[in-house]
Ligand binder design. Structure first.
Ligand SMILES: *Cc1c(COP(=O)(O)O)cnc(C)c1O
Length: 383
């Protein structure tokens, strides 16, 4: 464990000045291979699919932030590449328990790719531990958790689910993309694997696609590192460098994301033309107490259903100026989208289907008054 605080580790862990030049920023080691003094006597790096110093720096930093202890981090080319790596641990006949509200691509991979390889998949309400106990099977190898979920911002009790999964000899994998380690540390709560889409808050500037798996278990790390080297979903040094640059400011960005999202959520909740607001910071949210217990803030995401149905949701989301109408989330700029028509199209007709009139906001770190004015205008224009 590092002796320093989160903000310090984000800037210093794995990021010592370059030993040859003293450069204070970890260089982009743009190399595919490494010269060896004698056959087999490498200096820790042989080939960049297997290892690269820029990627190592990012892995070391993220391990410190997630509290990986004796374990470590695998950096991948995307969040889905990280998900796929977990999938490659499974064998025909194994079962995966998924949330009934999750990132659409996660569901698509498990339900439409892995099932073709003989792996069984089912989904359940992870906010209800009794349901999870009932739906777990002898063949369950992985319980997959997202909390807060995308896009309904449901909250699952990570500690309770870790106990249930471990009683069944299954691994608990937590997609920590929405919370980031600044707000939530799943390994300390009992999770075996933490997954990130580094594309989102870790990178934080909407300029890179990346992913990561973090574990506190050295054996699991070795297995995942073997699978990464064997299958090749590695991130490029440049992409790892971009994520590392973003990571340095994660703490200050998350503070502002949380403040702005909470202000937007309250503002929406006060409006007569909003049917429902989803944000774990609202005391009316059913997961508010669990979120308060396991998170140190509620994150930058807010979803809501405007009065007027799917047509109003579509007009409203096309009518903002500062909130760009776009998929993805977690960047400094605010985004707005309609999940049913965009990010969550692939779960249409499944039990993960989301309300057609749902609007999802990724609240950025702009001046909050400007964001509220932007939304207010879009509400008026779409009425
Ligand atoms: C975006 C996202 C993913 C997938 O990550 P990519 O980097 O797009 O491959 C997984 N989980 C969540 C919660 C996400 O938002």
């Amino acid at each position: 464990m590092s002796e320093y605080g989160f903000e310090t580790d984000a800037i210093h862990a794995g990021q010592e000045p370059d030993p040859t030049t003293g450069a204070v920023v970890v260089p982009i080691y743009a190399t595919s291979t490494y010269a060896q003094p004698a056959p087999g006597e490498h200096r820790g790096y042989e080939y960049s699919r297997t290892g690269n110093p820029t990627r190592t720096a990012l892995a070391t930093a993220l391990s410190a932030l997630e509290g990986a202890g004796d374990g470590g981090t695998i950096i991948t080319s995307s969040g889905m590449a990280a998900t796929t790596l977990v999938g490659t641990m499974l064998e025909p006949g194994d079962h995966v328990l998924l949330p009934n509200d999750a990132y659409g691509g996660t569901y698509r991979y498990f339900a439409r790719v892995l099932t073709g390889h003989g792996i069984e998949v089912s989904s359940t309400d992870l906010t209800d531990p009794d349901r999870v106990s009932a739906d777990i099977r002898p063949a369950t190898k992985v319980v997959w958790v997202e909390t807060p979920t995308n896009p309904l911002l449901r909250i699952a009790d990570i500690g309770a689910l870790a106990d249930i999964a471990h009683d069944a000899d299954a691994l608990l994998a937590v997609d920590n993309t929405f919370a980031t380690p600044y707000l939530q540390r799943p390994l300390a709560l009992g999770a075996d694997i933490v997954l990130h889409s580094a594309t989102k808050y870790l990178g934080g500037h909407s300029d890179v696609v990346g992913g990561a798996l973090v574990t506190g278990d050295p054996e699991l790390l070795e297995r995942l590192a073997f699978l990464e080297n064997a299958t090749g979903p590695t991130a490029s040094p440049f992409d790892a460098w971009l994520v590392l640059r973003g990571l340095k400011t994660l703490a200050v960005r998350m503070e502002r994301h949380c403040d702005n999202a909470e202000a937007v959520a309250r503002w929406l909740a006060d409006r007569d033309d909003v049917v429902e607001v989803f944000h774990p910071g609202l005391t009316s949210h059913p997961g508010h107490d669990t979120a308060t217990a396991q998170m140190s803030g509620f994150g930058g995401m807010v979803s809501f259903r405007p009065d007027g149905g799917p047509d109003r949701a579509a007009r409203l989301s096309a009518g903002t100026e500062l909130f760009f109408l776009a998929e993805s989330l977690g960047g400094v700029e605010s985004l707005i989208e309609v999940p049913a028509a965009m990010t969550h199209l692939s779960v249409e007709g499944t039990d993960l289907e989301v309300p057609a009139d749902l609007v999802r906001l990724s609240v950025g770190i702009e001046r909050v008054d400007d964001l509220l004015t932007d939304l207010d205008r879009a509400f008026a224009a779409s009425a």
